[in-house]
Write a new protein. Sequence first.
Length: 181
Amino acid sequence: MKPITQLSSREVYRNRWMSVREDTVERPDGSTGIHGVVDRPDYAVIIAVDGDRLAMVEQYRYPMGARRWEFPMGTVPGEPDIEPADLAARELREETGLTAGSLILLGRLDVAPGIMSQRGWVFLAADVTEGEPDREHEEQDMHFEWFERRRFEEMVRTGEITDAQSLAAYAQLLLKERFEA
């Protein structure tokens, strides 16, 4: 089948973290239409483990109007070519102060492939050592805490943890553990 073809594109908004564009496209049947696309750099999600504990950060998420628990994650605006493992190590250290002795790639995530080009890399951080976080100004309200896995899973079950990237990353960890056991 013929793919959707981009005929034109125009940027409608840009800031340091993202841009929004509107593309005119030709569909496989020859008809035309538009796609709104949010472009953001790739990001890393890091599941840091220490025995049976998982590292989580909590912060206020303005679009949701609420504080949310999630695994450490982030991107580096202006550095689109950063290696995924370097990005993961950087975000983990910045948000939690943790340094990983090893980083293992668990998989990839597409955030919202119907509207966004951003993709994520999921890493397992092991053999961690603690230090002081070096958070960005926007992360000044962030809080870091360790949770036993059972408590983490209970928080997911009760809706205290709702971040889709964190939940998908945890599923990748569980599958890795199941298939490598």
